[in-house]
Design a binder for this molecule. Sequence first.
Ligand code: NAD
Ligand code: ZN
Length: 345
Amino acid sequence: MKAIVKKEPGKGFVLEEVEIPEIKEPTDVKVKVINASICGTDLHIWKWDDWSKQRIKTPQIDGHEFVGEVVEVGPMVKGLKPGDIVAAETHIPCGVCKQCKTGNMHVCKDMQILGVDRDGVFAEYVVVPEIVLWKLDPSIPKEFASVMEPLGNAIHSATATDLRGKTVLITGAGPIGAVAVQVAKVSGASTVIVSEVSEYRINMAKEMGADYIINPTEKDLVEEIMKLTDGNGVDVLLEMSGNPNALNSGIESLTNAGEAVILGVFPTNPVPFVMNTAVFKGIKIHCITGRKMFETWQIASEWLRTKRIDLSKLITHILPMEEYEKGFELMDSKQSGKIVLKISE
Ligand code: NAD
Ligand code: ZN
């Protein structure tokens, strides 16, 4: 089969012929990949940054966001059969640790990540355990389905608190922040304000329905927010940039007793943080990893099936697998929304 492989340490990938993976465990499922989308994590691996150097073992097939058709199931697979169309949770839980047993599988202590800790989905076939597969309603377009995983990040964040009638600030309108605009509105937010620095993504946030967009390199974010909210500040911050300045001005923009939901991953740890502001305002902070298994997937499916969420403006490029290099360069330039690679028909 054809696969996009990290052959050896260094920048880039190689498209080459590799062996089709076989079912090993009785609960394994073999899936023919139809579409796969490019995520920020894939970009890190493509660039071969410090994180990738420590985490990725070569050779390995990259990619984790996908939709495909089940072609073979292991003898203990109960809920799927060949022909079923599936998307997948990319955090593969162990199923037996304390977190898995107590409703917190998304932060499994022994979690494996598809395309990071094991071969991924930028290939014609992938084998994954049944537990992570999510059977799709046939009405969900296959172009949208590979993006359900990052949509799930936005849903997990926006459902961490009650957004009904709330004024929400989203810092960072990358693919996740941009779709979070729609998710916040469907969740009942009255006003959605976005802060973003890239012109391309400012336009994307507009298309996704943001009520106000502020570029913090042109205007003081906190001042503008106070003007828009009668001097009160926003009720909820959804931090989706991974930029420490955005995080801190987001906290400064919150109303007293407001809530901050942090999904962004920051370049350094520890992160400089306006802790005293958060303390004196009495702010509640929610930190978000991945998607809730599988409540988030249920919500994502229903909102796509009933067209409450429309991903057509978020997916800006659909490319054949062979043009993966162009896809990564586009992602790197930030002149794109979500990029989908067509792997097979
Ligand atoms: P992205 O990098 O494509 O988007 C981030 C956006 O923030 C960009 O459009 C960028 O222009 C903007 N930005 C940068 N500095 C800013 C500033 N000072 N103010 C406002 N906007 C600013 O990322 P994405 O794929 O949309 O993901 C969003 C964030 O969530 C990233 O930090 C990513 O690492 C993180 N993430 C976390 C999880 C998790 O499980 N916690 C999962 C996926 C992604
Ligand atoms: Zn576990």
